[in-house]
Design a protein around this ligand. Structure first.
Ligand code: GLP
Length: 261
């Protein structure tokens, strides 16, 4: 795992967007794993900007989102399909047929989870998986006690997740209580993982995810097992890390990051 600390949330999301852009330019057929949440909005805005100003080309890439609420149709403004169309897909030259999310409206949700896993395999796996971090320590919707080998499946949302995301719903009572999410095992199979977390509310959970013991209570700790995982945070989210100076030293010395310093 590498930890990159940027001075501000804006600088952190800008770095994440530039890493994605670098990989997309190197491989126009990139299979991108995508995440939702407030933190990612800035990344997508940066990518839309790079598309407009530098012609960043999405026409050949494919995407797989981490998760989707159960029971929300794509047209529902609270669905993750709607979020993705609004913040990214409708603003760049991606072919919507190449964009994939689990179908939270499927009549048979278990079959839908199997279909999603098989589809990812048919695309030869995910090259770069973007990840946010929930305050319960989840990646995707892998709530506390998610098996570290779990696959795409339906999950009940934990109380802290309901509390964290409720305010995003016009009528908080209508927030779904369940979601389909890629499993921790599915995420770990991505060839590269890139996690972004910003702001003081994420400082405690970032410290546990990066420096704490691996535990199914905090699914993000499983990323410590991944061979190519980069965690990008701002100073506010770095506040409780014990080894921040060491992470800064790595960023300053690793040749891969030279173009981003
Ligand atoms: C939701 C998503 C997660 C994401 C989290 C972060 O719960 N399912 O994948 O990591 O939001 O949310 P935010 O960026 O709003 O803090």
């Amino acid at each position: 795992m590498e930890v990159i600390i940027r001075p501000t949330a804006e600088a952190a999301s800008d770095l994440v967007a530039r890493i994605i852009a670098r990989d997309l330019r190197a491989n126009p057929h990139l299979v991108l794993g995508l995440a939702t949440g407030r933190t990612m909005e800035a990344v997508y805005a940066q990518l839309v900007g790079l598309h407009r100003t530098e012609g960043l080309d999405f026409s050949l890439c494919s995407t797989f989102n981490l998760d989707e609420y159960v029971g929300l149709p794509p047209a529902d403004p609270h669905s993750y399909r709607h979020y993705m169309n609004r913040h990214l897909f409708n603003q760049v030259n991606i072919d919507l047929r190449n964009t994939h999310l689990p179908d939270g409206m499927a009549a048979d949700l278990d079959a839908e989870c199997v279909r999603y896993e098989e589809l990812i395999k048919r695309f030869n796996g995910i090259d770069l998986q973007l990840l946010g971090l929930g305050r319960a320590g989840h990646i995707g919707f892998n709530e506390p006690l998610s098996a570290l080998h779990s696959r795409t499946r339906e999950k009940a949302l934990a109380p802290l997740t309901l509390e964290q995301n409720r305010s995003l719903f016009a009528d908080p009572e209508t927030m779904p209580r369940r979601a389909i999410t890629m499993g921790v095992g599915t995420i770990l199979e991505a060839r590269r993982c890139l996690l972004l977390a910003t702001g003081p509310k994420k400082a405690g959970i970032i410290a546990r995810a990066v420096e704490g013991p691996i535990t199914s209570m905090i699914s993000a700790t499983a990323l410590q097992l991944h061979c190519r995982c980069t965690v990008v945070i701002d100073e506010a989210a770095a506040a409780q890390l014990k080894e921040a100076d060491y992470y800064r030293w790595i960023f300053a010395n690793e040749p891969e990051w030279e173009q981003f310093r």
